[in-house]
Design a protein around this ligand. Structure first.
Ligand code: GRF
Length: 230
């Protein structure tokens, strides 16, 4: 019997690539119906590129600084994505703002993960800003990418309670563990054909989502064993 079809995805990274690893593991373990067709990184020195290669993934660097401008960089990126045959693009710690003309052809097929409960705290340094504002709740969001930075329709959020003793470091770790749960989950739904973008509405099984899907930190089955997220 032939294997069920898996959706080819491209993962774009700039850093350590822990979300990329979580997604790749979910694919390799058959937990989601996707396969990593390509990992693309915009920084030669990013740790994630070695991690991807160690896993035997097709990984390449398209170093932004080697291109004269954003148009040229995005053209190279677009060509690499086309060559990979990816049907879904997952930005996972990709620290570059993509232009409207780049994003548009991928509408409904490009996702991002952001370390806050969007629409709160778009942009950088979310953990520090959350602590400064004495927020009681924090988390991460997976959303469809639109030309508005961190502004596309949110699909799923992981939530946690901010503790008095939390620091930027502790929140980074806790949010990462949530991210490693919600990103594979969303990609699994997309791969199963259950998720779509229509206008600014997220559709799940053909029905508009009234609120993002949710996961809470305390529901994490991983909390009862040693941290297995890396
Ligand atoms: C994550 O916190 C993600 O939300 C943000 O960048 C970080 C990337 O971490 N966009 P990693 O490279 O996946 O470990």
């Amino acid at each position: 019997m032939s294997e069920p079809r898996t959706l080819p995805i491209a993962i774009l990274i700039s850093g350590e690539g822990s979300n990329m690893l979580a997604i790749a593991q979910a694919c390799a373990q058959g937990r989601i119906g996707a396969r990593v067709a390509s990992v693309i990184c915009d920084r030669v020195e990013a740790g994630g590129i070695a991690r991807a290669k160690n896993l035997g993934l097709a990984a390449q660097v398209i170093a932004a600084r080697e291109y004269p401008d954003r148009v040229a960089f995005e053209a190279a990126l677009q060509a690499a994505l086309a060559r990979s045959g990816a049907e879904l693009v997952a930005l996972a710690g990709f620290m570059r703002i993509l232009s409207g003309p780049f994003v548009q052809p991928y509408a409904g097929r490009i996702l991002n993960i952001h370390p806050s409960l969007l629409p709160r705290y778009p942009g950088l340094n979310t953990h520090r800003r959350v602590l400064q504002a004495r927020e009681r709740e924090h988390g991460a969001s997976v959303h469809f990418v639109t030309k508005q930075l961190d502004g596309g329709p949110v699909i799923c959020q992981g939530r946690l309670a901010v503790h008095r003793e939390d620091t930027v470091e502790s929140l980074t770790g806790r949010v990462h563990r949530l991210e490693h749960r919600i990103y594979p989950r969303v990609i699994g739904l997309f791969s199963a054909g259950r998720l779509a973008l229509r206008g600014s509405a997220v559709l799940l099984d053909g029905q508009p989502l009234n609120a993002p899907l949710q996961e809470n930190e305390e529901d994490d089955p991983g909390l009862i064993r040693a941290d297995a997220s890396a």
